[in-house]
Design a protein around this ligand. Structure first.
Ligand code: FAD
Length: 316
């Protein structure tokens, strides 16, 4: 009985969310006293695959010739490798969200999404998950003996084991599957929202798209990604890829700075898993101040340049 983890790559490189899923798999495997087996789709170099060993993978099957976007082919292939797995783990990515439910249906086993804890029990498999747009935490029980766990974004963190040894087995699945999907990730900033530790986000309080220069400068200084509220993306001030909230991306950075954003419930639904939230708003009654850990009542056009100046001074 192993723990199987899907190790997604982007153009041959693993990202933080993959290493997070592996760290989670490793902690789960420790509870079961078993090994962590990984499954990877697409061309990935041996050096990159070996990195999985640093987070606890004992063996990785690296299948080239199969497109990760073809969820029918990947879930059917996955099912063949899942026969020995007690628990199968996925990160919080769009590809995982395509493969995991199909795999659950093929294997006729239970699946829980948005998970934020390692299993509280193995029999039955029981985990904590976020519910109602992050407003509640529920205990979910998988009734089947085996189960699939999909993590919430940034829910677990990275745990390097430093052990390093990982057996690599290459599988060449020439012409497997019927669909080829070529994806380009559209990101405006240099850092992807899903992976960002810090996000600088702005709303309609910024008044016009040409005022985003200071937001980008602040983000650059902090090594942060940029985000925005829904109306800002709807009116074309910022790209739709930056829209966060209930109908946009759900994010969970260590620090979320909301500038000129009112804090409507639909916005908070996508950001309230952030570890620390800071709101900057002229209106002391803005709902964001009730959710934020720190608040600055003030005009963004005065506060943000001062912040930039202070950060530059601190860096010097
Ligand atoms: P506003 O509500 O206009 O707020 C602007 C804020 O800026 C105000 O609080 C104001 O006091 C402040 N301000 C003004 N000038 C300054 C200044 N100079 N300095 C500092 N502060 C200033 N919204 C999302 O964001 N994400 C979603 O996913 C989402 N999904 C939705 C789904 C549904 C079904 C519905 C009905 C709505 C959804 N919305 C979503 C919209 C949401 O309800 C709000 O309308 C939206 O979040 C408001 O955006 P905003 O805060 O940028 O703008």
């Amino acid at each position: 009985m192993s723990v199987l983890v899907y190790t997604e790559n982007w153009k041959g490189s693993f990202r933080k969310s993959t290493f997070e899923a592996v760290s989670y798999a490793n902690e789960t495997a420790k509870l079961l006293g078993t090994d962590v087996i990984a499954l990877s789709f697409g061309e990935v170099s041996d050096d990159e695959l070996a990195k999985l060993g640093n987070y606890g993978v004992n063996k990785v099957f690296s299948a080239s010739g199969i497109n990760k976007g073809d969820s029918q082919a990947t879930s059917s292939f996955f099912a063949e490798y899942a026969t020995d797995a007690k628990i199968i783990i996925f990160a919080s990515t769009y590809t995982s969200k395509m493969i995991a439910p199909r795999l659950a249906a093929r294997l006729k086993i239970g699946m829980v999404s948005n998970v934020i804890s390692i299993p509280l029990s193995m029999s039955p498999i029981t985990v904590s998950r976020k519910a109602f747009s992050g407003k509640a935490i529920e205990k979910a029980i998988i009734k089947t003996k085996k189960g699939i766990i999909c993590l919430g974004p940034n829910a677990f963190g990275l745990l390097e084991t430093g052990e390093g040894d990982c057996i690599i087995e290459k599988l060449n699945l020439a012409e497997n599957g019927n669909i080829t999907i070529e994806g380009e990730e559209i990101t405006n900033g240099k850092i992807s929202l899903a992976e960002a530790e810090i996000i600088v986000s702005a709303g309609r309080g910024l008044k016009a798209p040409e005022n985003w220069g200071m937001i980008e400068e602040l983000a650059d200084l902090l090594g942060a990604a940029t985000a925005c509220s829904k109306p800002v993306a709807d009116i074309g001030w910022r790209p739709h890829g930056e829209h966060v909230g209930q109908t946009g991306k759900a994010v969970a950075p260590n620090l979320y700075i909301a500038i000129g954003i009112s804090g409507a419930i639909q916005h908070l639904a996508g950001v309230n898993s952030s570890k620390v939230m800071v709101a900057i708003n002229t209106d002391p009654e803005a709902p964001f101040f009730k959710a934020a850990d720190y608040g600055i009542i003030g005009d963004a056009f005065q506060v943000v340049p001062k912040l930039i100046e202070e950060i530059k001074n601190a860096k010097n």
